[in-house]
Ligand binder design. Structure first.
Ligand code: DGJ
Length: 472
């Protein structure tokens, strides 16, 4: 049902004409219409040719990931179904039945129910943990979304709400995220589940699969209650980028108080990817509240902050200063009124893409993909990117929430989608859902003004119980 790589290549070429066409048709004039159609075909052919040339001219980016396009690549785009049988409800007394009659449970309710008999499906136990030290030979490099993932010391990776930096200096990938290995509790009866700040965990890898713990590179403040990193506050979604001009590694993160009213971003800096990071300050960017956030460093070296703002109603995007230590005064509102969070940005063939989630606390919801020709917008929503699994999997982003998209330089158009399967009952035991993300084919929602021609390529995230990158 889904295209192989050659077909996808063709589809990509066919569907990459994203610029809105502004031709006006005179419905009464056949000549006018055919001229427009012929013109359009000619225009598309020229664009196609240009795109082929551009594909050829793409520099073979430096990467230590030796990736084979064939035949393993097919594995990534196969659609894998998931079938679950929801167990019958447990026996209840006649009185209990009278009080609250039986009703069928949904898979989402089962997921949210800590005592569910299906718990092991969403949060498999240590016996099935992915251990890079044990999985040698043919078992290596497989990702198992949702399973416990051990580092090279045999400990579960603690890098939630994370992001990846590919450090060209050391030819190494660094994974930064929330180190949440502490007890989960509720600060208030109605407050959301939390773990005190411990810090930002950092892991290094050359193959994106076996991760070595590099330590907590930004640590909580234990005693000073006025400090942003005071343990009873909130530090979420840290992201690190490298500044080529200053030679510094710059970390931005969501900083908040326990009630999420401070709604700020924090900035820290280091000379090394493995820290320690020196915490500089927090602020409300452009004078607005800021909660879930991410960074995106463009090919020209300009970096952007993207954050949920105005009580999560809109996303704001703005360029950082040249040293990446602050925002500039430029800010654009995007996806206004759409209530999106957990933004993860990436770029392919000059188009910007973004995956976001809805706002439902730690509970999973439906992801959406968005595309734009300019990072400052306008951004258009191109649909739910999730493929395979089953309906509820697709409606809940495979029971997870976006956090980052990793480009794979050896595989143009292919990325790794990184998400968190939050476990609000025990946040330290939240899981990682890494899946292949492919840009290609026609988007689900061709816009009206595009004459039915899709303006954007489709973004697809394929569910797999077990998958790996097509290493040579
Ligand atoms: C959803 C956000 O995406 C997470 O980072 C976290 O802030 C939770 N809400 C808290 O409920």
């Amino acid at each position: 049902m889904f295209p192989g790589i050659e077909e996808r290549g063709k589809m990509r070429a066919r569907n990459k004409y994203r610029r809105p066409t502004t031709f006006r048709c005179n419905a009464g004039s056949r000549l006018g219409l055919s001229t427009v159609v012929l013109g359009l075909i000619g225009f598309l052919a020229v664009l196609h040719l240009l795109s082929l040339l551009r594909d050829k001219a793409l520099p073979d980016e430096e990467t230590q990931l030796l990736i084979d396009q064939y035949p393993y690549f097919q594995e990534l785009v196969e659609v894998e179904e998931e079938v679950f049988r929801i167990p019958p409800p447990r026996k209840r007394s006649a009185r209990a039945m009278k009080r609250k009659p039986k009703r069928p449970t949904t898979l989402l309710e089962e997921f949210l129910d800590e005592t569910s008999q299906l718990r092991h499906i969403f949060f498999p136990d240590m016996k099935t943990a992915v251990d890079p030290l044990k999985e040698v030979g043919n078992g290596s490099y497989y990702y198992y979304p949702g399973r416990i993932w051990l580092d090279t010391d045999g400990k579960p990776i603690q890098a939630h709400g994370g992001g990846i930096l590919h450090d060209k200096n050391s030819r190494t990938y660094y994974w930064y995220g929330e180190y949440k290995d502490g007890p989960t509790y509720h600060a208030h009866k109605k407050g959301s589940a939390r773990v005190d700040i411990i810090g930002v965990g950092c892991y290094s890898s050359r193959d994106l699969w076996a991760w070595k713990f590099e330590g907590i590179v930004l640590t909580a403040e234990e005693t000073d209650e006025t400090h942003d990193l005071y343990k009873f506050n909130v530090l979420e979604r840290p992201k690190v980028i490298y500044n080529d001009k200053t030679g510094k590694y710059v970390m931005w993160m969501h900083i908040d108080d326990a009630n999420y009213t401070k709604a700020s971003v924090g900035v820290a800096v280091s000379d090394y990817p493995t820290g320690p990071f020196n915490y500089l300050y927090s602020k409300q960017p452009h004078g607005f509240d800021s909660r879930d956030m991410t960074l995106f460093k463009d090919e020209d070296g300009v970096a952007y902050l993207v954050y949920s703002s105005e009580d999560n109603t809109d996303l704001h995007i703005g360029p950082l200063t040249n040293d990446y230590l602050d925002v500039t005064s430029v800010m654009g509102r995007v996806l206004a009124g759409q209530h999106r969070e957990a933004p993860a940005l990436f770029k392919y063939q000059g188009t910007y893409y973004m995956i976001t989630s809805g706002c439902s606390g730690w509970a999973p919801n439906e992801a959406l993909a968005h595309a734009a020709e300019s990072i400052m917008g306008p951004w258009e929503t191109i649909g739910n990117p999730c493929m395979g699994g089953n309906k509820i999997f697709r409606q809940t982003t495979f029971f997870s929430q976006s956090t980052f998209v990793i480009p794979l330089p050896g595989l143009p158009g292919s990325f790794i989608f990184m998400a968190d399967r939050w476990n609000p009952a025990e946040l330290r035991d939240s899981r990682y859902v890494w899946l292949p993300l492919i840009v290609g084919g026609a988007a689900d929602h061709p816009l009206e003004h595009s004459f039915g021609f899709p303006l954007w390529s489709r973004v697809s995230i394929y569910w797999h119980k077990r998958w790996r990158l097509p290493f040579k």
